[in-house]
Design a protein around this ligand. Structure first.
Ligand code: AMP
Ligand code: TRP
Length: 329
């Protein structure tokens, strides 16, 4: 069995990225002893919107260090940078020649982004799901752990794999998505009906994994809740409280019911302080490891080794795909 996933280095990683994605990668790595893992930094995806060179370079290294600081074991996981494997682009073109315009037009992430920005939308933002499908199908992934916002892209990947297989004969594994039971969509702290998103203008709406820990506490303390002063889980009517309960349950690896029982007679203030403590306890050791790793030259050696391994796999796969299509003499 093989698992494949990635994160794009568009900004600092958020608590949503941690709970929805990285924490799952680590848990699956520890549970599925026989599985192979390909986890990458989706840097090609980062230029679908404008980004400064220095920021991009820093973000790529940061994600690599954070992957390891969070517990991914480079001995178990092939860690690499997407742009170092040109086969991603090669297969992306094949996927662009498999997907229909109508399918891409239906992608909600594209529709949302297009609504916020009317001019200067890059064509790569539109074809993004074709590249993402290539990322997955290139490595014969069986399972793709992602947060809820990526479910639609994954469904499209499954459709594209099936369509290609029907046209050219069995080539791709049709992958399955995998979402965490708790925390597949962590919400904004300032507007808990929306996703926690690093591209928000309001810095208080998200927690970055590398935020100063006092700031983290303050952000949780000032999270928007409601005026009922009663703690229970109800996403519709109490989105703020429900989001904090979700964060707490996910970080403590327990259920939301367990957290509701624990907090039900507390004041909002004490509840928030406790959640803040749990977030700080989760982030503190990660930050310490990150600061040691980011200065360590072994990080580059890990990415070099990951690149070489991924490259071998990707090269073989693209040869097979080209042959099926009729490109090879
Ligand atoms: P991105 O930062 O968009 O590349 O997302 C990387 C991974 O983090 C994907 O699997 C997303 O689904 C996941 N993710 C991003 N934001 C959140 C969030 N607020 N809650 C849960 N998962 C998230
Ligand atoms: N599109 C994903 C996101 O924005 C990141 C990503 C790119 C990805 N390629 C992938 C995730 C392949 C899983 C598998 O979150």
């Amino acid at each position: 069995m093989r698992l494949v996933s990635g994160i794009k280095p568009t900004g600092g990683l958020t608590l949503g990225n941690y709970i929805g994605a990285i924490q799952q990668f680590v848990q699956l790595q520890d549970e599925l002893k026989d599985a192979e893992f390909f986890i990458f930094i989706a840097d090609l995806h980062a230029i679908t919107t404008p980004i400064e060179k220095a920021t991009l370079k820093k973000n790529i290294k940061d994600i690599a260090a954070l992957y390891i600081a969070c517990g991914l074991d480079p001995e178990r996981v092939t860690l690499f940078v997407q742009s170092e494997i040109p086969e991603h682009n090669q297969l992306a073109y094949v996927m662009e020649s498999t997907v229909y315009m109508g399918e891409l037009e239906r992608m909600t992430q594209f529709k949302d982004k297009r609504q916020k920005q009317t001019e200067g939308i890059r064509s790569s933002l539109f074809t993004y799901p074709a590249l993402m499908a290539a990322d997955i199908l290139l490595y014969d992934a069986d399972i793709v752990p992602v947060g809820e916002d990526q479910k639609q892209h994954l469904e499209l990947t499954r459709d594209l794999a099936t369509r290609f297989n029907n046209t050219y004969g069995d080539t791709f594994i049709v992958p399955k998505g995998y979402q965490p039971k708790t925390g597949a969509k962590i919400k904004s702290l300032s507007d808990p009906t929306k996703k926690m998103d690093k591209s928000s203008d309001n810095q208080k709406s998200y927690i970055l994994m590398l935020d100063d820990l006092n700031q983290v506490k303050n952000k949780i303390k000032s999270a928007v809740t409601d005026s009922e002063a009663k703690i229970y889980y109800d996403v519709e009517n109490k989105p703020g409280i429900s989001n904090l309960l979700t964060i707490d349950a996910a970080l403590l690896k327990t259920t939301i019911e367990d957290r509701v029982n624990h907090y039900k007679d507390m004041s909002y203030q004490d509840f928030k302080l406790s959640v803040a403590d749990h977030v700080v306890s989760a982030l503190k050791p990660i930050q310490e490891k990150y600061h040691a790793l980011i200065k360590d030259p072994s990080l580059d050696a890990i990415l070099d080794a990951g690149r070489d391994k991924a490259k071998m796999f990707a090269h073989r796969k693209i040869q097979k795909v080209y042959k099926k299509i009729g490109f090879q003499r």
